[in-house]
Write a protein that binds this ligand. Structure first.
Ligand code: GDP
Ligand code: MG
Length: 213
């Protein structure tokens, strides 16, 4: 049976080059840690379904940069068509933390008239002995921005599911409350897909249909 999803959310992952964006996305979508990733290989996006409540699935379309972040040459369309984002820095690289502000400004200036729900992510938390940014200062910054803060490791699979799922839930709540709406010509949120022929689980389909209304 084909997957049923209520909505599709398009997410982006931004932050300095080498902070671990591609590895985080691949850990989440492929379940493995690809040690070496070529920054110039431009795989556009990765997809995965997440179940946020029993029977309620969201399809995530997660866009990766193809090395453009090196030159801060990410296009406006990359930001404009997204509803959510992970703003990454590397906890062992202080400079990447200092640049978080610039990334956020860049995103905000490009995203008009929409908004992006961001989560601040301190990545490579497996490298505790090399830490250059404390959890407290990162939490202070995320608090100032009104975002959540989470620490992740793609290498050791720490909080990877949690980061994407929490962000998805936050966006879902805003969609449910009407603060974020589906708009023609905008890729951020798309309405769900319900197959015409359902071979099993008629009940799930019915309740999903209700949610779509
Ligand atoms: P990007 O440029 O932000 O996409 O970064 P990459 O995903 O290409 O990763 C850059 C480097 O960081 C690579 O050498 C990865 O192996 C390494 N890396 C990524 N995630 C982790 C992690 O969670 N822990 C550790 N220790 N290294 C990581
Ligand atoms: Mg990359």
């Amino acid at each position: 049976m084909e997957a049923i999803w209520l909505y599709q959310f398009r997410l982006i992952v931004i932050g300095d080059s080498t902070v671990g964006k591609s590895c985080l996305i691949r850990r989440f979508t492929e379940g493995r840690f690809a040690q070496v990733s070529d920054p110039t290989v431009g795989v556009d996006f990765f997809s995965r379904l997440v179940e946020i409540e029993t029977g309620k699935r969201i399809k995530l379309q997660i866009w990766d940069t193809a090395g453009q972040e090196r030159f801060r040459s990410i296009t406006r369309a990359y930001y404009r068509n997204s509803v959510g984002g992970l703003l990454l820095f590397d906890i062992t690289n202080r400079r990447s933390f200092q640049n978080v502000h610039d990334w956020l400004e860049e995103a905000r200036s490009h995203v008009q008239p929409h908004t992006i729900v961001f989560m601040l992510v301190g990545h490579k938390c497996d490298l505790e002995t090399q830490r250059q940014v404390t959890q407290q200062e990162a939490e202070k910054l995320s608090g100032a921005y009104g975002m959540r803060y989470i620490e992740t490791s793609a290498r050791d699979a720490i909080n990877v599911e949690h980061a994407f799922t929490e962000l998805t839930r936050d966006i879902f709540d805003l969609v449910r409350s009407g603060d974020i709406t589906i708009q023609e010509g905008w890729e951020g949120v798309k309405s769900g897909f319900v197959p015409n022929v359902v071979h099993s689980s008629e009940e799930v389909t019915k309740s999903d249909r209700r949610c779509l209304c």
